[in-house]
Design a protein around this ligand. Structure first.
Ligand SMILES: NC(=O)c1ccc[n+]([C@@H]2O[C@H](COP(=O)([O-])OP(=O)(O)OC[C@H]3O[C@@H](n4cnc5c(N)ncnc54)[C@H](OP(=O)(O)O)[C@@H]3O)[C@@H](O)[C@H]2O)c1
Length: 257
């Protein structure tokens, strides 16, 4: 039986990963801040699928929290075979409207934690000759708009670079770039989503199903859903200066408020 560790496992995309992996018979290590919710989830997944679900309460915006997860990932007697770096959040407001403390908290969770946790688990995976890391980024990584997108661009660049460096070792790394997904994300950030057109919303379980398929195929970048694949194709054709203007205009009109 293999073991997967998922950060931000209690809600949205992370919870969808937990459901899918538990249904596939994988043991789980569930990471988030809300201990009660983690425990409830672990019990439910154990009872429904007969898998072992460990709970690890950690705040990935804190050094101590990152260190606790690093320690679990470095355990050689109970190795983790799949790491899903999924925990993340959005800050409401444009550049200079968000406090520096909140900007830095985002970089800690989206970038530092992803770097440190990936680096804690991959040496053991390389020794064993197998393992996988999914780093959840966003399609926002591909348009020059906002510090959220900038942090996710780092995730994509880091993941694809590391995937190349570890090619042939049996360790697969993949950046997952979904579009809008119905989760707690926007509500937690205090963003209204009324202006986002219905066709742009994705279902977390379908995003995860597509991601797992892409990981099996050995892709280092996954953009689930044909609608977003088409949009991403267009972003490759547009000059970067025009892309900034278009994404700002459409973001203001159709994006979360
Ligand atoms: N929803 C979208 O439209 C969308 C689109 C593209 C990419 N994404 C990315 O997908 C990932 C998951 O987002 P989601 O939409 O599923 O969000 P969500 O429903 O709000 O879930 C976020 C999860 O992360 C955990 N979390 C948040 N801050 C944390 C911290 N400091 N330390 C540890 N755990 C933390 C939360 O649990 P606790 O509060 O208990 O810690 C929760 O389990 C994020 O990286 C996000 O940027 C989302």
């Amino acid at each position: 039986m293999t073991t997967a560790l998922i950060t931000g496992a209690t809600a949205g995309i992370g919870a969808a990963f937990a459901r899918r992996l538990a249904a596939g018979g994988h043991n789980l290590v569930l990471v988030a801040r809300d201990a009660e919710r983690l425990q409830r989830q672990a019990t439910e997944l154990h009872d429904r699928h007969g898998i072992e679900a460990e709970v690890l309460r950690a705040d990935l915006a804190e050094d101590q929290g990152i260190a606790a997860v690093e320690a679990r990932l470095g355990e050689r007697t109970h190795p983790v075979d799949l790491l899903v770096n999924n925990a993340g959040f959005g800050n409401k407001g444009r550049y200079l409207e968000v406090s520096m403390a909140d900007e830095l908290r985002m970089l800690k969770v989206h970038c530092e934690a992803v770097l440190r946790l990936t680096s804690a688990v991959t040496p053991g995976m390389r020794e064993r000759g197998r393992g996988g890391v999914v780093n959840v980024a966003s399609v926002a990584a591909f348009v020059p708009r906002g510090t959220y997108g900038a942090s996710k661009a780092w995730v994509v660049q880091f993941t694809q670079g590391a995937a190349r460096d570890l090619a042939g070792s049996g360790v697969r790394l993949m950046a997952l770039c979904p579009g809008f997904v119905r989760t707690e994300f926007h509500e937690r950030a205090g963003m209204g989503t009324e202006s986002v057109p219905g066709w742009m919303w994705l279902d977390a379980d379908k995003v995860v199903a597509a991601a797992m398929e892409d990981l099996t195929k050995g892709k280092s970048l996954s953009v689930p859903d044909p609608r977003y694949k088409a949009l991403m194709g267009l972003t490759k054709l547009a000059p970067r200066s025009a892309l900034g203007t278009i994404s700002s205009r459409t973001g203001r009109r159709f994006g979360p408020k």
